[in-house]
Design a binder for this molecule. Structure first.
Ligand code: MGP
Length: 281
């Protein structure tokens, strides 16, 4: 396990952002083996049917779906409680990776801007489509889970460089001051695609008939697109996202393909494949 370039204390004093190296699993990295291990207050709410907390009920529901989220769950897949809310189910992650399989071959590097527990990074790495993947996660425990899960799925450690940090900082530095990045993180922007599966502000998005991407929390569509617009980018968004807002991001004369990803006949989410606004050649 680990990253393409192990963490090095001396390097972290010299460069603004460095690869993370291998992070230890923490108490927040959990592998629940049964419903009895899911935190007690979820079960109490379910059993007694007391004013259920949406958040905890949702976590309980996700745990019940664990094998469709990670088919190798029993091999020791770990998640933080927060990570359950944004993890992409394995069939969806594989379908997105497959949809990028025949994309522009001049793009060889993929940045997973919100790596979470690693579901998408694993699918992209196993697809064999990318020469290199940069997977960024802000929370150390969640990143440790992602590294653990990638190891379980047999991802080649040389394929993924993990970054413990903020993907907006990283992208800003990549575009404006690449020389301050660790050499393993300096990418050719023209050869790079960004994949972003950001938080949507919790499960509340499900009550909106049309989800307003201008009000998405903590990052709205404008912030996401603003950070990624120099590169082709894929945004993984709520299934009811306002298509007109996405269409407004199309560069002159270009279209934005949007795909709904379904499981058991129902959409789980959509992805928008957005071309770069400028080319760097
Ligand atoms: P869901 O809210 O559990 O809807 O999320 P579901 O399962 O269709 O609800 P049901 O009532 O029909 O059963 C569906 C999928 O959306 C999840 O599996 C995640 O892949 C994704 N997802 C959900 N949330 C809240 C987020 C999020 O905040 N960010 C990201 N990136 N994905 C999310």
């Amino acid at each position: 396990m680990g990253s393409a370039t192990p963490h090095d204390d001396a390097a972290s004093e010299v460069f603004a952002i460095c690869p993370a190296g291998e992070l230890p699993l923490t108490d927040e990295c959990r592998h629940y083996e049964g419903k009895h291990e899911v935190p007690w207050d979820i079960q109490k709410f379910v059993i007694n049917d007391l004013y259920p907390s949406d958040l905890w009920l949702t976590l309980f529901r996700y745990f019940s779906q664990r094998y469709s989220i990670f088919s190798w769950y029993d091999e020791g897949v770990c998640l933080t409680d927060d990570a359950w809310f944004g993890v992409t189910p394995e069939p969806v992650a594989n379908a997105i990776a497959a949809d990028l399989q025949d994309s522009d071959p001049s793009k060889t590097v993929l940045i997973d801007a919100f790596a979470g527990a690693g579901g998408n990074t694993i699918a992209f790495a196993l697809s064999g489509r990318w020469h290199h993947i940069i997977a960024i996660e802000r929370d150390a425990s969640t990143l440790a889970c992602a590294q653990n899960n990638a190891r379980i799925y047999g991802v080649d450690p040389a394929m993924v460089t993990w970054v413990h940090g903020d993907s907006f900082d990283y992208l800003h530095t990549l575009v404006n001051r690449p020389e301050t990045l660790h050499p393993a993180l300096r990418l050719d922007i023209a050869a790079t695609v960004v994949f972003a599966s950001p938080p949507w502000g919790g499960p509340g998005y499900r009550s909106d008939e049309i989800f307003d991407l201008r009000t998405m929390q903590p990052y709205n569509l404008e912030q996401l697109h603003g950070a990624y617009h120099l590169m082709d980018h894929v945004l993984f968004l709520p299934r009811t996202s306002d298509i007109r807002q996405i269409a407004g991001l199309a560069p002159e004369g270009r279209k934005i393909p949007v795909v709904q990803y379904c499981m058991q006949g129902a959409s789980k989410a959509m992805a928008a494949f957005i071309p770069a606004k400028a080319t760097f050649r």
